[in-house]
Design a binder for this molecule. Structure first.
Ligand code: SF4
Ligand code: SF4
Length: 172
């Protein structure tokens, strides 16, 4: 779907519904691909035209998407690709999707353009809340710029941790 400027989004919070993990291809950077292949084998990835992806199950969902008691989990949590961490936000240095004034975001004096994919069902339109401006978007920007790894406001991980199969996996 056509991404919309962040200034049109009142609030977003990931509920771990799993929809993005069912319908989107996850592109991998080479170092992400290498780490994943070293741990899980080549079969969990796919190669496209000049791109590397996570493989999909026969139903089209990500090979690392799991469901337990009606709740979806990412089995790749500690190696989650950048593309997954940033979804449904897009942090750009140019206004690729137009409406530049609405998409502009000042991050510590640096001009960036922030868009949100409305395919995520948890997007709420309206005037952005203070927490969107002060916490959510800055965290997405810091992840995109590579100055932050830990996700707090940009994931459903604040929900309870659950133990499955000896390993601790968090919500998407
Ligand atoms: S980012 Fe959106 S679509 Fe993806 S799991 Fe979270 S709420 Fe669902
Ligand atoms: S968040 Fe996890 S389950 Fe979802 S697409 Fe990314 S790797 Fe797959």
């Amino acid at each position: 779907m056509v991404p919309i400027p962040w200034s049109q989004v009142r609030y977003w919070r990931c509920t771990g519904c799993g929809i993005c993990c069912m319908y989107y291809n996850v592109t991998l950077k080479f170092d992400e691909w290498l780490r994943i292949v070293q741990k899980f084998g080549i079969g969990v990835t796919e190669a496209g035209l000049n791109k590397l992806y996570l493989a999909k199950k026969t139903d089209g969902s990500c090979i690392f998407l799991s469901k337990s008691n009606g709740v979806y989990y990412c089995m790749l949590q500690d190696m989650k690709p950048l593309a997954c961490k940033l979804w449904p936000f897009k942090i750009l240095s140019r206004p690729k999707y137009g409406r530049s004034r609405e998409a502009e975001f000042n991050y510590k004096g640096r001009r960036l353009y922030v868009y949100v994919d409305p395919f995520c069902p948890e997007i709420r339109l309206g005037k952005p809340t203070p927490i969107m401006i002060s916490k959510v978007i800055p965290e997405f920007i810091e992840i995109a710029l590579g100055i932050r790894k830990q996700q707090i406001y940009t994931t459903g991980n604040f929900l309870p941790r659950i133990q499955i199969n000896k390993n601790l996996y968090r919500l998407i």
